[in-house]
Design a binder for this molecule. Structure first.
Ligand SMILES: *Cc1c(COP(=O)(O)O)cnc(C)c1O
Length: 468
């Protein structure tokens, strides 16, 4: 507190009580940090003690459908609003159900990284991306008028719009696009002293571009700027970018994390501390960026998650590792089938040895806590893939229209197999030039293989392709 407010003995009593709660939480954290990935995903920070003492024995984290929190008296209210006691106050700022999800995500992204992490959960993936990048795009006192950031061009369609329109066209922030994110030299050539951060999505949706995570983190840090990573398609079960030096990770939890497909959500996880040269008076800005976002810009801008959506995400998250394993194995089988089909001229899947980025992805995408029998983690490549149908774009449309079981939707990460044609859906608004730059031709069908038996997915693809 900058002006050092004096608190009455009544307020101090609550502050002391709050400190005790924080000590208890630290002890719990120490305990759960020893858990394996699956155990963290199942339990997070919700414990038997908390269930019995506070929640009538409920095994599952309660859903707090209250917009706000009541306080015992003026002293507690004062301590709470000074953020000096653990409090949730108002669901735009925090909520107990969202809190469980935030801690689980922070612990999973921080798993075996050797660093501490914090997390803020948002209403959507786009909200998480906005919350991650905006605090770095501020005018600095006595700083230059211009600023830029460097981003892989292979990003989710919504991200492309947010960067190209909301940041560049509307606010004059220059976005410097990287055409080949695997090429570290291209990144190096685009950075200057006005660059605020590096941003990448990997594997990207739908092209599955990939990058050398460690090299890019090192490059960013040599300029004293953060490396922001959208790891939606990998999930922490396959890749924890913070372990390789990334500063901030964003997720659309709408996708694989909530694969039942019942809710929208996002998450921002940061390492403690992040690298940045932005001058910001608030100590959390550098020390715990996700908490900074939560307590300040998020509070003021309002992208909070609905607690019910947080609950859905939390429930699906518990089985993340085994689901990613299953999804990846199913997708591998489907991709191998498509590679042999005469009507398909290209299959893009990071798990295929023929894919140009296979070796690079192999270095990074590994199923956490798995063992190949020789003490190494096994490679898994997720459930996003795409294939390109021979002939004019109408052929791809016909194959697409012939699917009987696979759903046609601009969706991915589902327990049910879902396909889309990005050129006419997710990437429609970008226009032909941008689609060409991003290598999204109209012949390309993005397929996200679900939890069905892969033989049935193959049968559906087979009958659709054979109708050509
Ligand atoms: C869907 C998606 C987003 C946006 O997330 P929403 O939850 O839809 O707002 C961001 N990044 C990637 C990689 C995505 O697939």
């Amino acid at each position: 507190m900058s002006d050092k407010p004096q608190f009455s003995p009544g307020v101090m009593k609550y502050i002391e009580e709050g400190k005790k709660c924080l000590v208890e939480r630290e002890a719990l954290l120490e305990r759960v940090k020893k858990y394996k990935f699956d155990t963290l995903a199942v339990h997070g920070l919700y414990s038997v003690e908390e269930a019995l003492n506070l929640n009538q024995g409920a095994l599952i984290e309660p859903l707090y459908l209250s917009a706000s929190q009541a306080y015992r008296d003026a002293d507690e209210l004062e301590a709470a609003l000074a953020y000096l006691i653990p409090t949730w106050c108002y669901t735009r700022i925090a909520n107990p159900t969202t809190y469980y999800l935030e801690w689980t995500m922070a612990l999973l992204e921080g798993y075996r990284t050797g660093v501490d992490t914090s997390c803020v959960v948002t209403a959507s993936g786009m909200g998480a991306i906005m919350s991650a990048v905006d605090p770095f795009l501020v005018k600095q006192k006595d700083g230059p008028e211009t600023m830029n950031f460097v981003s892989g061009v292979q990003v989710y369609g919504g991200t492309f719009q947010q960067f190209a329109i909301r940041k560049m066209a509307e606010r004059g922030v220059e976005v410097r696009w990287i055409l080949n994110p695997e090429d570290v030299e291209e990144w190096r050539s685009k950075i200057d002293e006005n660059t605020r951060f590096l941003y990448v999505e990997a594997p990207s949706n739908p092209q599955q571009s990939f990058c050398d995570v460690e090299a890019l983190a090192e490059l960013a840090h040599s300029w004293e700027i953060p490396f922001i990573f959208d790891a939606t398609c990998a999930t922490p079960a396959l890749l924890r970018p913070i372990a390789h030096g990334a500063d901030i990770v964003v997720h659309s939890m709408t996708k694989t994390i909530t694969s039942s497909g019942v809710a929208v959500g996002g998450a921002l996880i940061s390492r403690k501390p992040i690298v940045t040269k932005i001058k910001n008076d608030h100590p959390l800005f550098k020390d715990s960026f996700a908490e900074y976002v939560k307590f300040l810009p998020y509070r003021d801008n309002g992208p909070a998650s609905a607690p019910v959506n947080a609950m859905f995400a939390l429930n699906d998250l518990r089985t993340l590792r085994s689901r990613m394993d299953m999804f990846s194995r199913n997708t591998q089988k489907v991709a191998e089938y498509l590679e042999t089909h005469p009507r398909v001229y290209q299959v893009d899947y990071l798990g295929l040895p023929s894919f140009p980025l296979h070796q690079l992805a192999k270095r990074y995408l590994k199923l956490v806590d798995s063992d190949d029998g020789a003490g190494n983690e096994v490679n898994r490549y997720g459930h996003l893939m795409s294939f390109r149908v021979e002939g004019p774009p109408e052929n791809a449309r016909r194959v697409f229209d012939n699917f009987r079981m696979i759903y046609r939707a601009t969706d991915l990460g589902r327990i049910k197999s879902v396909a889309t044609i990005p050129a006419i859906s997710t990437h429609q608004q970008q226009g032909v030039d941008a689609r060409e730059k991003a290598d999204v031709p109209p012949q390309l069908i993005r397929l996200c293989v679900g939890g069905e038996n892969p033989d049935d997915v193959i049968a559906d693809l087979d009958q659709a392709l054979n109708m050509l």
